[in-house]
Design a protein around this ligand. Structure first.
Ligand SMILES: Cc1cc2nc3c(=O)[nH]c(=O)nc-3n(C[C@H](O)[C@H](O)[C@H](O)COP(=O)(O)O)c2cc1C
Length: 395
């Protein structure tokens, strides 16, 4: 069975590397500073190379490195994923766009129309990452005061309405959060493939809504035993509803030709630990974020303290924004851990690394081909003379 590999597109600017965590040096996402690679300064002026140009480069790089598509995260500090997906679609050919969005901030009929337009324009390359918000200051930024469990009730109702109008038949709904009368997508938009639904959240409310709506239940990386237990809970709940979800994990990767070289990269980043920033990012009511924070001890004597199992490192959030866990190791070790996750039930991976452009090539070229579960490509030209197998192995 095939596995889907997505790459993360940095929507908030791109760090030069883990070693220079607060230096965004690609595109003008965070202004221009010393050490910026692009935009260049010509005649005293910025040359106009924009962050969208850099995101296009990352999308194209990861498309050519073998990734199925890209995750476009959505936070107050990021670009808007819908607009970016529309802009990047014409820069790519097969690349899918996993748009993260909070259902509370759009009317579902408008979301259906935007989605169907994108599906038609891209030949069905839109994927949803349904996020229901982590509470705290980030939620208030959007003016959203709906409490934690009600946000999942709202998400669930939103997806019901979105599906209700999708096929073009008039649809009425008078619910707790949304209303519509006689809504339907127009004939030209109706009938597009419905986007695959990735759904995240670790709380009981999230698992309840995911059971109803997810194609893929999506989690940050956690120690493998905890991840297995989490997936078991989601599967048990979904099966009671007659559904069988697939599973996906989002993972940061530092992979190098040797294990020592990978840890050396982490060691350089360790000089920039910012525990306050990590704590600020974990404010709110997110059960998933609290789970992750619980694995990071208050007292740390060195970065290897955070290696919770071989090659699984819980320190990423101390160096840069985002989830705590990722994989650190040689190309072979990282591939082995991904294979173990595959055996644990993972059907899709969203991988990431800094800088996103170079690391997309590195992970695509050095790690993915080592996975046991990666099928060799099938040649459209048939087997070479004298070879019976119709599959051509890429050297
Ligand atoms: C892989 C993954 C990606 C996520 N991406 C985003 C995002 O882009 N924006 C956002 O606001 N929340 C994001 N979240 C947060 C979740 O959608 C959810 O709001 C959070 O986990 C709180 O839910 P919980 O209390 O049920 O755990 C992400 C979560 C996961 C696991």
């Amino acid at each position: 069975m095939s596995i889907d590999f997505y790459w993360r597109i940095g929507m908030e600017g791109d760090h030069a590397s883990l070693r220079t965590p607060r230096r965004y040096n690609r595109g003008e996402a965070n202004g221009h500073g010393p050490g910026n690679i692009a935009p260049a300064i010509r005649g005293g002026e910025l040359d106009g190379y924009g962050y969208i140009d850099h995101m296009a480069a990352v999308a194209k790089a990861s498309e050519s490195a073998g990734f199925l598509g890209g995750l476009l995260p959505s936070f107050p500090v990021t670009e808007d994923p819908w607009a970016v997906a529309a802009a990047l679609a014409r820069e790519t050919t097969t690349y899918r766009f996993m748009v993260a969005f909070q259902p509370g901030f759009l009317h579902p009929v408008q979301a259906a129309r935007m989605s169907a337009s994108l599906q038609r324009a891209t030949g069905g390359r839109l994927v949803y990452n349904i996020i229901s918000g982590g509470g705290g200051p980030a939620q208030l930024w959007w003016g959203d005061k709906v409490n934690h469990d009600d946000r999942y009730a709202r998400t669930s109702e939103f997806l019901d309405v979105l599906r209700g109008v999708w096929d073009g038949e008039p649809y009425d709904h008078d619910g707790r959060f949304f209303r519509t009368a006689g809504a339907a997508l127009p004939p030209g938009l109706a009938g597009q493939p419905f986007p695959e639904v990735y759904f995240s959240g670790s709380s009981a409310a999230a698992v309840g809504a995911a059971g109803l709506h997810s194609d893929y239940y999506l989690s940050w990386l956690e120690p493998f035993g905890d991840l297995r237990a989490k997936f078991d809970g989601v599967r048990t709940h979904a099966e009671k509803l007659g559904r069988t979800p697939k599973f996906a994990v989002r993972i940061d990767v530092v992979a190098r030709h040797t294990e020592e070289a990978a840890w050396a990269e982490v060691e350089k980043g360790w000089a920039f630990v910012d525990r306050d920033a990590a704590n600020r990012a974990a404010q709110g009511d997110s059960v998933g974020a609290a789970r992750i924070k619980g694995w990071v001890p208050e007292t740390i004597t060195g970065y290897r303290d955070l290696e919770v199992q071989p090659n699984v490192w819980a320190g990423f959030s101390l160096i840069r924004g985002g989830p705590a866990f990722g994989l650190v190791g040689s190309y072979e070790q990282v591939a082995q851990r991904l294979d173990e996750l595959r055996e644990l039930g993972v059907d899709a991976f969203i991988l990431a690394g800094n800088p996103h452009l170079e690391e997309a090539y590195r992970v695509g070229e050095e790690v993915l081909p080592l996975l046991q579960a990666t099928p060799p490509p099938v040649s459209p030209f048939g087997p070479p003379a004298g070879q019976k197998d119709s599959r051509l192995l890429v050297p």
